[in-house]
Design a protein around this ligand. Structure first.
Ligand SMILES: Nc1ncnc2c1ncn2[C@@H]1O[C@H](COP(=O)(O)OP(=O)(O)OP(=O)(O)O)[C@@H](O)[C@H]1O
Ligand SMILES: [Mg+2]
Length: 231
């Protein structure tokens, strides 16, 4: 069964205004549970917009969008947020960590709306700190972490709710080729555990990684090619 289904999805910013931008047009895409997908395309082609719609962050302007069997295209924001929390972990292009909070506080931030006591939040973070080799940095303010640590922290935060779908916008853009390899191997490990992963990237190291199942190329807001990857 498809975890994500988009049919005829379009997105315009500033709709109807003089500065309207058509960011996506007629996107048809299905992503099966357990797949690892890479979305590539030039800057401004619509990758981040597409990921934000899949992740229930933005509503499409038109078309049909289904996430885990729920129609999400025309939902009020309140319900979109609910489905996002339930199904999606999102890694932002610029990390979106809060500099003055500790690494541990950043990673456990998505748990705050659940009202869990601090000790329970820390228990849930423990395996992620370990897995992403961040144990020794748990009390560091995020503003003092290295690029590789920030990237791993952003992924750990996206996983704290144990979502079935991880959406990562340019997860290696700030990393050198060695750290890119490390992060991709961590993501491939998540796929082996059954998570569905949707990444965007300009980097051939990402689209060419052996765990990637399909590479979707976007140009001017349209899918122009879907190719098999090595996964
Ligand atoms: N909030 C916004 N308001 C108006 N226009 C926007 C907004 N966000 C994105 N756009 C425009 O929509 C188009 C697609 O942007 P998007 O960020 O999805 O592209 P991208 O492929 O992720 O680019 P990049 O590789 O630079 O991250 C671009 O023309 C962009 O300028
Ligand atoms: Mg982008």
């Amino acid at each position: 069964m498809a975890l994500v289904e988009l049919a005829g999805v379009g997105k315009s910013y500033n709709r109807g205004a003089a500065n309207e931008v058509v960011a996506l047009r007629r996107i048809d895409l299905q992503v099966a549970a357990g797949e690892m997908l890479c979305i590539q395309g030039p800057s401004g082609s619509g990758k981040s917009t597409l990921l934000a719609i899949i992740a229930c962050i933005l509503p499409p302007s038109c078309g049909r969008a289904v996430l885990a069997g729920h129609k999400i295209a025309r939902l009020p924001e309140h319900f979109r947020t609910r489905y996002r929390r339930q199904y999606v972990g999102f890694v932002f292009q610029n990390f979106a960590l809060i500099d003055h909070l500790s690494l541990l506080e950043n990673i456990t931030l998505p748990l705050l709306p659940l009202g869990l006591p601090p000790r329970r939040r820390e228990e849930l973070a423990e395996p992620l700190l370990h897995r992403f080799a961040l144990d020794h940095r748990r009390s560091f303010p995020a503003g003092r972490l290295s690029g590789g640590e920030l990237q791993r922290a952003a992924i750990a935060r996206a996983l704290i709710n144990d979502p079935p779908l991880l959406v990562a916008d340019e997860p290696t853009a700030h990393l050198d080729s060695r750290l890119t390899g490390t992060v991709l191997d961590l993501l491939a490990g998540l796929k082996r555990e059954g998570k569905t992963l949707i990444l965007s990237s300009h980097d051939p190291l990402v689209s060419g990684h052996p765990a990637i199942d399909r590479v979707v190329t976007v140009r001017d807001g349209m899918i122009v090619n879907i190719a098999a990857g090595g996964g």
